[in-house]
Ligand binder design. Structure first.
Ligand code: NDP
Length: 396
């Protein structure tokens, strides 16, 4: 069962349909039934996968449990929003389904994402004999798998990780976000942070700026952000001294964002408007382009990857693992831009890993806690081939 019918969900659904040997039956369940039916109609004559569409508000745990008890999914992929993570995990426990998501839980009224709420479900999933895979998109997701792979294959000890997320795509709009605008803007306007010597060091939002010459994309300005995989990698990569996350933004994007912030449009504090309470950021989301509609307009490439520094056999070693993804090729294949594509493909692969038993173990896990090898192989097969470089430019 795939919950959500937006940009990321659409890619997951397309890829499940391309992989009908594993996904012989899927249900698309989301808040707006019309979007589910549209996807079903588009795909059902092109695939052997049997598709069912249903309307569900995943904030309503009881209704979700009833739907799941009726449909009996083997697994639920949460491609709705981080606000729904806990209700969907509860419904999985109540109806005996495995769980996977691409973003960690975030309460609606505080712009703060942390794993503690979902890690608190570990014992419940263990006792129920169910697997929950957390953060299985690209970042988080592939960045964790890359880290487990680097650790397993290339290092005795990883000391430094820099995660670099570059998008050189152009959609032609003055301002739009590549995934859900509300979640995206909450992330970027929050304080930055990085992990160093056992603690998070906080920075002002977008305070640290660097420049990097990305393979196949070129020189880009990038900014340090807090990002959720910092929290799990700090625990799971033994001996790590520092982890940073950088994302590229164009000057045009940042100017628009600054103006919107200055006039209060990115605030999540409710305001009174014509007799009703509205949240400015939710209003902004309603007038910005839908990320799912950017596919036909976006040209250019993304480059997302990790630079590792550490030691092998006592000798210092550097290693860069990355994927380059072309927006237009993604559109031709699944009708979406590369941000949705690079998130949706790993989610499909993660679900396949649980189904084929390679990542099936009762409990709640981040992706770097599983064997990276079968996932790395599947990335090459299912549209996100990776490249490696042993003499990368380093971020200072
Ligand atoms: P969209 O806004 O395009 O899609 C969200 C979908 O979820 C919509 O179909 C929406 O329904 C549905 N939805 C929202 N609330 C509910 C609810 N209560 N019950 C049922 N369905 C609901 O977002 P994206 O596809 O861009 O992003 C999806 C997720 O992917 C986000 O959590 C985002 O953080 C994550 N993400 C992860 C990345 C990674 O690399 N790990 C990268 C990019 C995104 P409706 O159509 O009615 O609005």
């Amino acid at each position: 069962m795939i919950i959500g019918a937006g940009g990321v969900a659409s890619v997951i659904i397309h890829k499940c349909c391309h992989n009908s040997e594993v996904f012989d039956e899927i249900m698309i369940a989301s808040r707006t039934e019309a979007k589910c039916s549209q996807l079903k109609q588009k795909l059902e004559n092109t695939t052997k996968t049997k598709i069912t569409a249903a309307e569900i508000d995943a904030d309503d745990t009881e209704k979700l449990i009833a739907l799941m008890k009726e449909y009996k999914p083997y697994m639920v992929i949460n491609a709705a929003l981080p606000y729904q993570d806990l209700t969907i995990m509860d419904a999985c426990l109540a109806s005996g389904a495995h769980y996977l998501d691409t973003a960690n839980y975030e309460p609606r009224d505080i712009a703060k994402f942390e794993y503690k709420w979902q890690w608190a479900y570990r014992e419940k999933f263990e006792k129920a004999g169910l697997t929950a895979v957390l953060g299985c998109g690209f970042d988080p997701g592939v960045t964790g798998v890359f880290s487990a792979y680097a650790q397993k294959r290339h290092f005795d000890e990883i000391e430094y990780i820099d995660i670099l997320d570059a998008n050189a795509g152009d959609h032609g709009y003055p301002f739009a976000t590549n995934f859900n605008p509300e979640i995206n803007i909450r992330e970027i306007t929050a304080k930055g942070s990085y992990w160093e010597n056992g603690a998070f060091i906080e920075t002002e939002a977008l305070e640290i700026k660097k420049s990097y010459n990305f393979p196949e994309i070129g020189e880009k300005d990038m900014y340090l952000l807090h990002h959720e995989e910092l929290e799990s990698l700090a625990l799971n990569i033994k001996g790590i001294k520092r982890i940073r996350f950088f994302m590229t933004f164009s000057p045009n994007y940042l100017t628009h964002l600054k103006v919107l912030e200055n006039v209060g449009m990115t605030s999540i504090e409710p305001i009174e408007f014509e007799g009703q309470k509205i949240i400015p950021l939710q209003f902004l989301k309603a007038i910005l382009p839908d990320p799912a509609s950017l596919g036909p307009r976006t040209k250019g490439k993304t480059n997302i990857g990790c630079i590792y520094r550490g030691k092998k056999g006592g000798i210092p070693k550097n290693y860069y693992l990355y994927n380059v993804c072309d927006h237009e090729k993604c559109y031709v294949e699944v009708g979406s831009q590369a941000i949705s594509y690079t998130t949706g493909v790993p989610a499909m692969i993660g679900a396949m890993m649980v189904h084929n038993g390679k990542w099936k173990k009762p409990g709640v896990y981040n992706v770097e806690e599983f064997d990276p090898d079968p996932f790395m192989e599947a990335l090459n097969k299912w549209g996100l081939p990776w490249k490696e470089c042993f003499e990368p430019d380093l971020v200072d």
